[in-house]
Design a protein around this ligand. Structure first.
Ligand SMILES: *Cc1c(COP(=O)(O)O)cnc(C)c1O
Length: 491
């Protein structure tokens, strides 16, 4: 199976797609065709463990990796050491709602699901493509990706990683996690701007061919670990299929029964993975795209017009504070084709907006519904969910739970993606519970734990006693210099 750009362009193997991250025409890599899963395939997957399911499903997409390689990588990526509570367990709220807990990895956020395996895939890709240079991973993060990528790449051979985060756009715990990161090949830098500024800055560095040449002479090339990399997306398809297997196995649903899926969405990667699983044949009825008040996607799905020209809000669910959802490009490619997709993207970059044709919108609305959640509704959902079910959720998951309720129209089971441990956004969660949210995170952790009788995840409890290693804070214009500086220590 070969990969091509969403805007046309070259055909490459999956190893090259993972190595490059982004296509040379600025588009995102997509498989030329999607594999399909039958009801029997789903049944046989049900008999396997999570790492085995992951290896099988990934092997459908990564044909230039052997099943043996993938099995080995999945086994270590999703080991009990990294995921002591299992990779993706489901908690049930009443009869109709399953909460897919994607945050049991080393950084307590769902991005671990992809970032524990992606560096291994990239490392193999270097060998498979005969690459002799080192890969320097550049990441723009609204919080969770940064830490998860740092943790995934730390000390992985022939790689280095540099993370940019908006100085005032991440939670205290997130910031602390990043600036205390250990490892010999890691670097972290705050920027004065919001997430979109950081992301645009990184994109510009990627597009700078002169800079690429300069780095190449030093034996380094740039790659991404953002959710635009196919190596990030493919592992996310796995947990939707796996969750369905688990629901079926435990008797929550019958074989082949349709379910709805609700995903708290920012860059559109997580929900796109669910869509791809649906296209492969999974019995998913509606995909509910849940946003916070940065509801550019809600408007798009309802009206067909994507318009980023609007006020940017900093919310309690900062990992979804995004006005340019990069992975949406893959949906446009799948529904409108590469030519139109390229036109939309041109218009987005020139005018900050585009409108899809009526038939494209209908196609999108056949699978997707968009809902959003205000800040007040988010707090109320956390409080209500705890009161009703004794179940604690973070702010991002609350956005999804609220949207799932708004979207519910019959008894169809709803699977809600839960993307972060509630402790990752402790001050907001404390406020929602009506307990004191003052002071530093470690104290708030204790209060929440006592009040809710839940355990503080160990990766979070240890972070405030660690030494700070990275204190750099730069303007957007100086990002390239920061990369150049870091490269010196890499080679
Ligand atoms: C990244 C993230 C999201 C958004 O996921 P996308 O794939 O960007 O749509 C939601 N919640 C949390 C906690 C995240 O870290």
């Amino acid at each position: 199976m070969l990969y091509k750009s969403t805007r046309g362009g070259e055909r490459v193997t999956s190893a090259v797609a993972i190595k490059n991250g982004i296509a040379s025409d600025g588009g995102l890599y997509m498989p030329e065709a999607l594999p399909s899963l039958s009801e029997n395939d789903i049944k046989s997957l049900s008999l396997l463990s999570y790492p085995e399911r992951a290896a099988k499903i990934l092997s459908l997409f990564l044909e230039d990796y052997t099943l043996e390689e993938l099995s080995r990588d999945c086994k270590s990526a999703y080991s009990p050491k990294s995921f002591p509570n299992g990779a993706a367990p489901i908690a049930y709220l009443g009869e109709d709602t399953g909460v897919l807990e994607l945050w049991h990895g080393p950084t307590c956020a769902f991005k671990d699901m992809a970032l524990q395996i992606m560096p291994r895939l990239l490392s193999r890709a270097l060998t498979k493509t005969g690459e002799t240079r080192k890969a320097l991973i550049l990441v723009a993060t609204s919080g969770d990706t940064g830490k998860a990528a740092l943790e995934g790449f730390r000390d992985v051979e022939r790689t280095g990683i540099m993370v940019f985060f908006p100085a005032n756009g991440v939670s205290r715990a997130q910031k602390r996690q990043m600036i205390t990161q250990e490892g010999s090949n890691v670097n972290v830098c705050a920027i004065r701007g919001n997430f979109d500024d950081a992301q645009t800055g990184v994109k510009n560095i990627f597009a700078d061919t002169e800079f690429a040449e300069e780095l190449s002479k030093k034996g380094v090339f740039l790659s991404s670990a953002n959710s635009i990399n196919w190596g990030r997306l493919a592992p996310q398809i796995v947990y939707y299929i796996s969750a369905y297997c688990d629901m079926q196995k435990s008797g929550k649903i019958a074989s082949g029964e349709l379910i709805d899926i609700c995903v708290p969405t920012g860059n559109f990667g997580n929900i796109l993975a669910a869509y791809i699983a649906k296209k492969m044949g999974m019995p998913f009825r509606r995909l509910i795209c849940a946003s916070n008040i940065n509801n550019v996607l809600t408007d798009f799905i309802r009206s067909g017009t994507y318009d980023r020209n609007r006020v940017f809000h900093t919310t309690m669910s900062p990992s979804m504070d995004i006005l340019i959802s990069s992975n949406l490009e893959r949906l446009l490619y799948l529904t409108a084709g590469e030519q139109k997709c390229a036109e939309y993207m041109k218009s987005l970059s020139k005018l900050g907006k585009y409108t899809v044709e009526g038939d494209v919108l209908l196609k999108i609305q056949k699978d997707f519904e968009g809902f959003f959640c205000t800040e007040e509704e988010c707090l109320a959902t956390i409080g209500r969910t705890f009161e009703t079910y004794g179940y604690l959720v973070d702010t991002h998951t609350a956005v999804a739970l609220h949207s799932a309720e708004a979207a519910r129209k019959d008894g169809t089971k709803m699977l809600v993606a839960s993307t972060a441990s509630p402790y990752k956004f402790a001050p907001f969660v404390a406020r929602a519970l009506g307990i004191c949210d003052k002071g530093e995170d470690p104290e708030i952790f204790e209060r929440i734990s006592k009040y809710t009788k839940t355990e503080i995840p160990s990766p979070l409890s240890s972070v405030f006693s660690k030494e700070i290693r990275f204190e750099k804070n730069v303007d957007i214009g100086s990002m390239k210099d920061a990369v150049r500086d870091f490269t010196k220590s890499l080679v």
